[in-house]
Each structure stands twice: as C-alpha cells, then as structure tokens.
Design a protein around this ligand. Sequence first.
Ligand SMILES: [Zn+2]
Length: 80
Amino acid sequence: MDCSSKKNQYYTEDEAAEALIRSHIRFNKPAVSYYLCSECAQYHLTSRGPQHPLLNRPEVVGRIHKEQQSQDWSQRLGRK
Ligand SMILES: [Zn+2]
C-alpha cells in the first residue's frame, strides 16, 4: 500500500526494530524510534520524539557497538 509519508515501510514490528538498530550502526544521525502508521498500517522509522526503549537494552547497545567497530575496520582495510 502506498503511503504519503514516502518512508520505508516495515510489515512487522520485528522488521522495524531491526531497521532501527541498523540505522544506529550505520548513521551519525540515526532514527530514534519506529511507529505504526495510521495511514498505511505499517511501521516507519522516525527521527523525532523520545528514543525507543529497545535502544537501551544491553544486548542491543552491545550489538551496535560491535557492528560499528567491525564496520570501522572494514572501512579502514578498504582504504589501503
Ligand atoms: Zn505510512
């Protein structure tokens, strides 16, 4: 279904949560949360509002850290 927000759509909350975590791994200004859209009835990421509590979970914080480090390494190795 099309949505006037033009944002990426995620069918399930799990997918939205995964996308939120990945945005924190990849971007300097990541999305802070996701929400269920009343227009398309799917999830979107948002950079406004309070940070989703998921991002404070130790296992999530640890994963973001770890993947950022390995991303740094692969960038450095690629720059030879
Ligand atoms: Zn929508």
